[in-house]
Design a protein around this ligand. Structure first.
Ligand code: GLA
Length: 667
């Protein structure tokens, strides 16, 4: 009957010229009504795992209050099994050294804490780490083994799959799990290769949309950008999975970890802690335990945030919530403070004289007349929960966006780069978004000793009404001698409210004073770069990218040809040099480095040389099979040189891009 009604409705809509998207159908088992939350050891231990660690994590879930805020699944990743199956039964055997008590005992332990237990294998003949067999061809026996052990969650990977189509492999395991009769959350980990968002809802409860995360800002942003546009495919019982959390692993700043966690929550992503909770700092633990952020992720409506706008690294995301509230995230992807704004009208809220909104990081309520705006520090994410049902908005303190902005010295270049001897302007302002005024704005700027600072304007009028701003301006000059250093400028702004005390903020901003520009002709890798972003740890000098640690590359090699000098990058990468208009040309070979295991016949990247806002040379897509190609760029007049490596269109895995033997010619 229901199907009949739906068909009729669709027919009516189609004949009336409207179409409706077919509703994504979740599995009928009712599992994962909200995105799964828990722990998985891979991001912190890799294969180096043992049963004690998993027990410790279960203990810490309880003792650190993580269970109380919703973390539930304690999951083991790759490498938990012995190298071969039991020759008689064909069943998995637990790794004798890493899991001597067996998996059943471990699951029992986790269950004893009121938690659930998850496991991992691959839809292939071996898992990705290859230390243990995969489940291809053994689906029924393995699903039954997992059920017998008390497994509640299965992550099913994609390695060594013998070319068998993904849908076939993943469906087979779905059916095998179903046959066991045990409720098991089923996580499809095929890295987004076969658009699992289009078919995954009928196969599993969540599906990876991307390649692997790592503990770098560049990778985290890359995964966010790939996952965010897929909002329409997610919902209760069927979630997009941009991979597990890196919060606490040490490769990002606290601001970046907050953004990572906040954006994952906005995207209704599974929240699987990927750090060792025995060692995590209290500050990072507090990110993971922020109940107000978790509530956005776990909201029963199950909507993944959609993108309201996203130009120039200024992202506005909107997530409707079950009680009618709307969460909005203002995410600054960029390297300088930026104003990011939206409004109640743009978010589709009913017109009102005012709205109450809750800052879920500060745990404070504010009122706005409709505009929602913040001066967001680099890599930070401001998240407000707009309490649409709250008619008492007028009792909250005014929403005032305060902070510092530095006029960009080099448009298109990330970061705030301020060459020595060249003046730049800084503003410190307070903009009132509330119905009621604020008063008495004071603003200050602190610069390092020896930096000439001249105030150009004071905040002006005493009373600041709705959507009015009080702005102070300064002219700052980095002195000679500051070349090759960074410096901190701090803007402080304060104001008085009527009835809510005082408000304000202190915003530090780092500016980079580039090294003196190069002279003569020579190897580019001998010139210090001003800043760099890279997809897999830092870019390396005179060696290939290697992995995440600095200095871990191999000789730069493209299709068997080795180069002594150059820069080993990994998509997505951007390395910036300060030339100050004194150089004329760059010539370099480019290509995908040979550094990968022989079995990994993958990797493609595109190389671009930017002279200020102009592409001076570009390679097009180069794959792991291609020989090096030579790029020659005219850099005449350019103040900044940017070397950019982007993904070649097949995801970023193994995209180690070499700038091989680059030679720069200057005056
Ligand atoms: C793949 C997965 C990772 C992890 C490893 C284990 O790379 O995508 O999340 O499970 O395998 O080997």
């Amino acid at each position: 009957m229901k199907t009949f009604v739906r068909t009729m409705l669709a027919a009516v809509l189609v004949t009336s010229g409207l179409t409706i998207a077919p509703a994504a159908r979740a599995l009928p088992d009712g599992l994962a009504p909200t995105p799964p939350m828990g722990f998985n050891n891979w991001n912190t231990t890799g294969c180096d795992i043992n049963e004690q660690m998993i027990r410790d994590m279960a203990d810490l879930f309880v003792s650190k209050g993580l269970k109380d805020v919703g973390y539930e699944y304690v999951n083991v990743d790759d490498c938990w099994a012995a190298a071969e199956r039991d020759p008689v039964t064909g069943r998995y055997l637990p790794h004798p050294v890493k899991f001597p008590s067996g998996i059943k005992a471990l699951a029992d332990y986790v269950h004893g804490k009121g938690l659930k237990f998850g496991i991992y294998t691959s839809a292939g003949v071996r898992t990705c780490a290859k230390t243990m067999p995969g489940s291809l061809g053994f689906e029924d026996i393995d699903a039954q083994t997992f059920a017998d052990w008390g497994v509640d969650y299965l992550k099913y990977d994609n390695c060594n799959n013998q070319g068998v189509p993904a849908i076939e492999r993943y469906t087979k395991m779905r059916d095998a799990l179903k046959k066991t009769g045990r409720p098991i959350v089923y996580s499809l980990c095929e890295w987004g290769e076969n658009k699992p968002w289009e078919w995954g809802a009928e196969v599993g409860h969540l599906w990876r949309t991307t390649g692997d995360i790592n503990d770098t800002w560049a990778k985290t942003v890359d995964l966010f950008k790939r996952n965010a546009p897929l909002a329409q495919y997610a919902g209760p019982g069927h979630w997009n999975d941009p991979d597990m959390l890196e919060v606490g692993n040490g490769g990002m700043t606290t601001t970046e970890y907050r953004s990572h966690f906040g954006l994952w929550a906005m995207m209704a992503a599974p929240l699987l802690i990927g750090s060792d909770l025995r060692e995590i700092s209290p500050e990072h633990l507090d990110i993971l335990r922020n109940k107000e952020v978790i509530d956005l992720d776990q909201d029963k409506l199950g909507k993944q945030a959609d993108i309201v706008s996203g130009g120039e690294g200024r992202w506005v995301l909107r997530k409707p919530l079950a009680n009618g509230d709307v969460a909005v995230a203002l995410f600054n992807e960029g390297e300088a403070h930026q104003r990011i704004s939206t409004s109640a009208a743009e978010l589709g809220l009913p017109p009102r004289p005012g709205y109450a909104l809750r800052d879920v990081w500060q745990h404070k309520d504010f009122q706005t007349a409709g505009r929602i705006s913040a001066l967001v520090p680099p890599h930070a994410t401001v998240i407000y929960r707009i309490e649409v049902g709250a008619h008492d908005w007028a009792r909250y303190e005014p929403l005032v966006s305060t902070g510092l902005e530095i006029a960009a010295h080099a448009p298109g270049v990330p970061g705030t780069i301020t060459p020595a001897g060249q003046p730049f302007e800084v503003t410190v302002s307070a903009t009132n978004h509330a119905r009621v005024p604020v008063a008495g704005v004071r603003a200050e700027l602190r610069a390092p000793d020896g930096w000439p600072v001249e105030q150009l304007a004071k905040p002006g009028k005493w009373l600041v009404g709705t959507e009015e701003a009080a702005t102070a301006r300064w002219r700052v000059v980095p002195p000679a001698g500051a070349e090759g250093s960074t410096a901190e400028l701090t803007g402080t702004v304060g104001y008085r409210t009527f009835g809510h005390g005082t408000g304000g903020s202190t915003s530090p901003a780092t500016v980079t004073v580039p090294p003196a520009p190069p002279t003569g002709a020579g190897a580019l890798s001998d010139v210090g770069w001003v800043l760099a972003r890279n997809g897999y740890g830092p870019p390396e000098k005179d060696m290939s990218n290697g992995s995440v640690p600095a200095g871990d590359g191999k000789p730069l090699t493209i299709n068997g040809v080795t180069y002594a000098k150059g820069i080993g990058a990994h998509a997505v990468s951007e390395v910036v040099f300060f030339l100050d208009g004194r150089c004329s040309a760059l010539t370099t070979d480019v290509g995908v480095d040979d550094e990968r295991e022989p079995a990994q016949q993958r990797g493609s990247a595109s190389f671009e040389i930017w002279a200020d806002g102009r592409v001076a040379a570009a390679s097009g897509v180069r794959t792991w099979q291609d020989p090096a190609t030579t790029l020659s760029a005219d850099l005449t007049g350019a103040r900044f040189l940017r070397l950019v490596v982007t993904d070649g269109g097949d995801g970023n895995a193994y995209d180690r891009g070499d700038w091989a033997g680059p030679r720069l010619t200057c005056q």
